[in-house]
Design a protein around this ligand. Structure first.
Ligand SMILES: [Fe+2]
Length: 115
């Protein structure tokens, strides 16, 4: 089995929303950088209990030449921390963004946007 076979996308989504959404705010970050906000459960909140929660979210960029850049990863603490993270990045050389997240019950999920 390959890792790409275990990542789920919007087609697998049920009543609980897992697909990480990305909000892009150009030039609004520290030092004029861009902000990419990764949100899980934007419209329908995902449970945030010790028994069932979002463990982490990761943001990856793909450069114009195809090179993959890991932009950041955030761990969440159930009950206390909502699964939302802001990454201050320079998007000028990137052609797409890929966000992934892990739910301790429902596994790995991904989403992507072309810039
Ligand atoms: Fe879940």
């Amino acid at each position: 089995m390959k890792i790409c076979e275990v990542y789920k996308t919007a087609e697998s989504e049920g009543k609980e929303k897992h697909v990480p959404q990305m909000e892009i705010m150009r030039g609004q970050g520290k030092g004029g950088k861009d902000i990419v906000r990764v949100v899980v459960g934007k419209e329908v909140p995902h449970p945030n209990l010790v028994e069932h929660h979002i463990v982490w979210a990761q943001l990856v960029g793909v450069k114009q030449n195809g090179m993959v850049i890991e932009l950041g990863k955030v761990n969440f603490t159930p009950v206390y921390t909502d699964p939302v993270a802001d990454f201050h990045v320079n998007l000028s050389d990137l052609r797409s963004l890929i966000a992934t997240e892990y739910c301790n019950i429902h596994g790995l999920w991904e989403n992507s946007v072309d810039l």
